[in-house]
Design a binder for this molecule. Structure first.
Ligand code: XBP
Ligand code: MG
Length: 266
């Protein structure tokens, strides 16, 4: 395993509930619109990837939204741009911090010689705002590939973002691990042939992680391998690079997993 590919929203930080949702509501207010998304409604809307696409989906069922498609699209684009400016200001003011263990696992992976990358369906400006605040102005130097919605417009669950990252890293899918929180993200990485560590986020606490390599509540909590590997490797806490390497090796070489299961049983 030679690289860790990070999702952004929900995985690096709880950006959806406390960032994007709040910023959308402020953008609605600034445009004199009465629309507001409460926590539950925004959770439903997360079934649609991409902030602008999410907004367009919501507008399609609002009787007070413009009827003409071109007008609706222009409004969604303007609101989305405004939302991203408000989001960046919120992040800059310290409203959103990295989730537990994110920084530590990034450092551990780097120290072990692994490479880091980002594969996200969020806009680049949002990634820039979050990581500049959390990791400093030169954060990009620590990442060998950063693919955002602008480069990969076929949003998750499409595998486009992950495939582009693999291309930029020049690595096969068997040599990387993705860190994800959402069903769309999990499906996107799996469709690119990549194993996934699921770190549960507020909106996807009940995600079916049976297709993931391993799953945890957050990176400082206990991590469990997927059911088929539980006989071969015990859970661990917190989520460490070495443990991830072991479980990943078991998954990509099934013969090793079978042998480990036999030795555990014996
Ligand atoms: C999650 C998304 C994004 C964000 C909002 O991306 O679907 O659309 O909700 O960002 P990921 P934008 O989990 O892949 O990081 O408004 O810029 O789309
Ligand atoms: Mg996510």
């Amino acid at each position: 395993m030679r690289a860790l590919i990070w999702d952004v929203d929900g995985t690096l930080a709880e950006t959806e509930r406390d960032g994007h949702r709040v910023a959308f509501n402020e953008a609605f207010a600034a445009h004199g619109l009465p629309w507001r998304w409460d926590v539950a409604r925004y959770g439903e809307l997360l079934a649609v990837s991409g902030g602008r696409q999410r907004l367009l989906h919501d507008l399609s069922s609002r009787p007070d939204a413009p009827r003409a498609t071109t007008e609706r699209e222009a409004l969604a684009a303007a609101l989305h741009r405004h939302k991203n400016r408000i989001y960046a200001a919120l992040v800059d003011a310290g409203a959103i911090t990295l989730r537990p263990g994110v920084r530590r696992l990034m450092d551990e992976a780097r120290e072990a010689g692994a490479r880091l990358a980002i594969a996200t369906t969020t806009s680049r400006s949002n990634v820039e705002a979050l990581l500049a605040r959390a990791l400093g102005p030169h954060w990009q130097e620590g990442f060998d590939a950063v693919v955002c919605a602008e480069e990969a417009p076929r949003l998750k669950p499409d595998p486009q973002a992950y495939r582009q990252v693999l291309g930029q890293l020049a690595l096969p899918p068997q040599e990387v691990l993705a860190v994800e929180d959402s069903p769309q993200g999990l499906a996107s990485a799996r469709a690119a042939g990549i194993e996934v560590l699921v770190t549960r986020s507020a909106y996807f606490a009940d995600l079916d992680a049976s297709d993931a390599l391993a799953c945890c509540a957050d990176l400082e909590s206990e991590v469990q391998p997927r059911a088929a590997l539980r006989g071969a490797l015990a859970p661990a806490a917190p989520v460490g690079w070495r443990w991830l390497q072991r479980v990943h090796a078991l998954a990509v070489t099934p013969a090793a997993a079978a042998a480990a299961c036999r030795s555990h049983a014996g």
